[in-house]
Design a protein around this ligand. Structure first.
Ligand code: TTP
Ligand code: MG
Length: 378
C-alpha cells in the first residue's frame, strides 16, 4: 500500500484574511503586526513580500522597505475562527489529520487505494473547497511522507500544488540548498558549509560519519530526509491514548530545581497539545531516566479532568516528591492519559477565569509562533 501524505498551508494567512474582510486592502502591500515602534511583522501579503518584508521583521524596518504599505494590527479571534473552518474541511478529506499550527496541517491519505494519478485532482479539490468555504487560497503538497509533503507545499506558494513521487524524490530534492530542509537551522547550515556541503543532494551522498561532524546524532535522520525518506507517522492527538513530551538532555541535569524548570516547560507543551486537540485528561505521569539508564515513573490521577498548564504542573510537582533527584538525570518526561473530549467548561483544580483567559491567549500566541515561543517564568 502506498503511503500518501498531504500538507496544506494557507497563503499569507493573517494578511489574506484581512484582505478578504477589507476590500480596500486587496492587491495592496499589507502588513499585519504589532503596531508599536518595537513591534514585529506577523505576516504580510505577497504584494508586500516583493519589497522584502517578511514575518518577524521589525515593523520599523518594514516601514522603511515599504513606506506605501498598509499596516494593521492583527485580529486573532478572526484568524482562529477561519482556522477552525479550515480544520473542519481537512476532517472531510481524511480521518487522520495532524494540525501543525493555526494555518497548516498534515492529512494522511493512505489506505484509500488512491493512485498517483488521483493526487493532483485531490489537491485541486481541497484547494477549491477551501476557497469556496473561506474565500482564501492554500498551497498544497502531496507526497509519500511528511517531509516531502511539507517541502512540496512550500515550493509554489501562493496558490501552489506540487506532487512528489517516491521514485523521483531524491533527484527532485538534490539541487535545493540545505537551508530549505526541515531540521537544518542556521548553526547546522554553517557547520555543513564548513564541510563543503551546500545542497540537499550533497547530504544524501555524504558519508554518515562525516555528516556527524556537523549534525551530531541527527546525521542519520537528516541523511534519510535528504534521500526523501521519512517514516514519521501523521499523528492525530485526538486519537491518542496519552499525550506526552519527553526531552533527553545533551548534558545530564543535576538537582531538583533545574529539573523543576524543565518540567514546567514540558507541562506547558503537554497542556498546549492537549488543548489544541480539544482534550482533557485525568492521569499525569512523570518519567525520569537517570544517567545509568534506570527509569522511574510516577503517576497520579485526579477525579476532575484537567487541561491547564498550571494544573498539570501542580501535579507534576507533587510527583517530584516521590523521585530521587540526587542522581544525574538523562531524560525527563511528562504525559497525561485517561483522556476525554473537552466538554462543558473544564473543572480546573484552580478555578480561575483569569487563568483560562491566559491559557487561551498563550495558546493563540503559541499557535501563531510555534510552541517554543513562550516559556513561563517560575
Ligand atoms: P505561515 O504559514 O508561516 O505564514 P503565512 O501563512 O503568513 O505565509 P505563507 O504563504 O508563507 O504560508 O504562518 C501562518 C500565520 O502565523 C501567519 O499568517 C501569521 C502567523 N505568524 C506570525 O504571527 N509570526 C511569524 O513569525 C510567523 C512565521 C507566522
Ligand atoms: Mg501559511
Amino acid at each position: 500500500m502506498t503511503r500518501w501524505v498531504m500538507h496544506v498551508d494557507m497563503d499569507a494567512f493573517f494578511a489574506s484574511v484581512e484582505q478578504l474582510d477589507h476590500l480596500e486592502y486587496r492587491n495592496k502591500p499589507l502588513i499585519v503586526g504589532g503596531c508599536s515602534k518595537r513591534g514585529v511583522v506577523s505576516t504580510c501579503s505577497y504584494e508586500a513580500r516583493k519589497f522584502g518584508v517578511h514575518s518577524a521583521m521589525p515593523i520599523a524596518e518594514a516601514k522603511r522597505l515599504c513606506p506605501q504599505g498598509i499596516f494593521v494590527p492583527g485580529r486573532m479571534w478572526r484568524y482562529a475562527e477561519m482556522s477552525e473552518k479550515i480544520m473542519h474541511i481537512f476532517d472531510e478529506y481524511s480521518p487522520l489529520v495532524e494540525p501543525l499550527s493555526i494555518d497548516e496541517a498534515f492529512l494522511d491519505l493512505s489506505g484509500m487505494d488512491r493512485l498517483v494519478e488521483d493526487m493532483p485532482k485531490l489537491g485541486s479539490e481541497i484547494k477549491e473547497r477551501i476557497k469556496s468555504v473561506t474565500g482564501l487560497t492554500a498551497s498544497v503538497g502531496i507526497a509519500p511522507n511528511k517531509f516531502l509533503a511539507k517541502f512540496a507545499s512550500d515550493l509554489k506558494k501562493p496558490d501552489g500544488l506540487v506532487v512528489i513521487r517516491q521514485e523521483e524524490a531524491e533527484t527532485f530534492l538534490a539541487p535545493y540548498p540545505i537551508e530549505k530542509m526541515f531540521g537544518i537551522g542556521k548553526r547546522a547550515a554553517e557547520e555543513l558549509h564548513k564541510l563543503g556541503i551546500t545542497k540537499i543532494g550533497d547530504i544524501a551522498k555524504c558519508n554518515e560519519e562525516y555528516l556527524k561532524h556537523a549534525l551530531g546524532s541527527n546525521a542519520e535522520f537528516v541523511k534519510c530526509l535528504a534521500k526523501g525518506l521519512d517514516d514519521r507517522p501523521v499523528e492525530n492527538y485526538r486519537e491518542a491514548k496519552s499525550i506526552g513530551k519527553e526531552t533527553t538532555f545533551l548534558e545530564d541535569l543535576k538537582g531538583k530545581e533545574v529539573c523543576r524548570q524543565k518540567l514546567l516547560d514540558l507541562s506547558q507543551q503537554v497542556g498546549w497539545r492537549l488543548r489544541n486537540s480539544k482534550l482533557c485528561g485525568h492521569t499525569i505521569t512523570l518519567k525520569v531516566k537517570y544517567n545509568d539508564f534506570r527509569v522511574n515513573t510516577r503517576s497520579i490521577t485526579t477525579e476532575a479532568p484537567i487541561s491547564f498548564d498550571e494544573d498539570i504542573f501542580v501535579l507534576v510537582v507533587k510527583l517530584m516528591d516521590k523521585v530521587n533527584w540526587s542522581i544525574p538525570i538523562r531524560l525527563l518526561g511528562v504525559a497525561i492519559s485517561k483522556l476525554e473530549l473537552e466538554g462543558e467548561p473544564i473543572l480546573s483544580l484552580v478555578v480561575d477565569e483569569k487563568l483560562e483567559k491566559r491559557n487561551q491567549v498563550l495558546d493563540a500566541i503559541k499557535n501563531k509562533f510555534g510552541e517554543d515561543i513562550i516559556k513561563r517564568g517560575k
